[in-house]
Unconditional design. Structure first.
Length: 206
């Protein structure tokens, strides 16, 4: 997820078993799960099929970002169940996370790990407060794939548009109005998708 194994890197049972000092059985189970979750994909190498780290693609960005917008847009319908005090506490927690993200992202030397954690935390706060267990589980399964792109392209990313959009979302959450909040969240992910695709094009043009 943090791009320490680059896309296309072959992942083998024997090397991992040796590295971690365990038998192949738990390694095989871990690789099966990573393949099921699409962090690893099969790749033919001659007559053998190997698992490699999944590529980072435009199509993947489009699907993941649209999924996140849809999931969070659905969750916002739960805002009406929160009382005024709960809405205020939620918006305050989201604002605090966003302000820390603003400060960390403006430092000359970026802490990529912390930025990724804060970006995720902002959205998880919202989902934990508004979504049911099934919706949260779906969100949790998609979020790490989005974070792969955060880490991979952090050096090209300008966080100012994101934090500005986050502030508008915080205002909408505090108001408790599901309709405007849903539109802001869905637009946030649509705009984020466009920014991510532009970054990928710039990287490819280098």
């Amino acid at each position: 997820m943090r791009n320490r194994l680059k896309p296309g890197t072959r992942v083998g049972e024997a090397a991992l078993a040796l590295r971690f000092g365990v038998s192949r059985t738990p390694i095989r189970a871990a690789l099966d799960r990573l393949a099921l979750e699409r962090f690893l994909v099969p790749s033919s190498a001659g007559l053998r099929v190997a698992l490699v780290v999944a590529p980072l693609t435009d199509a993947d960005v489009h699907e993941l970002w649209m999924l996140m917008g849809a999931l969070e847009g659905a969750a916002v319908l739960g805002l009406h169940e929160l009382g005024r005090n709960a809405l205020r506490r939620l918006s305050e927690a989201m604002r605090a996370t966003n302000e820390e993200l603003t400060a960390v992202s403006r430092r000359r030397v970026r802490d990529t790990d912390r930025i990724g954690e804060l970006m995720a935390q902002f959205h998880v706060l919202f989902m934990d407060a508004c979504a049911g267990p099934r919706l949260r589980a779906l969100h949790e399964s998609v979020l790490p794939h989005v974070q792969r792109y955060e880490w991979a392209y952090d050096d090209l990313h300008d966080y100012e548009p994101s934090v500005t959009e986050h502030r508008a979302i915080c205002d909408a959450v505090e108001s408790g109005a599901p309709g405007p909040t849903r539109r802001l969240i869905e637009q946030h992910w649509t705009d984020g998708m466009r920014r991510r695709l532009a970054q990928m094009q710039r990287r490819g043009a280098r």
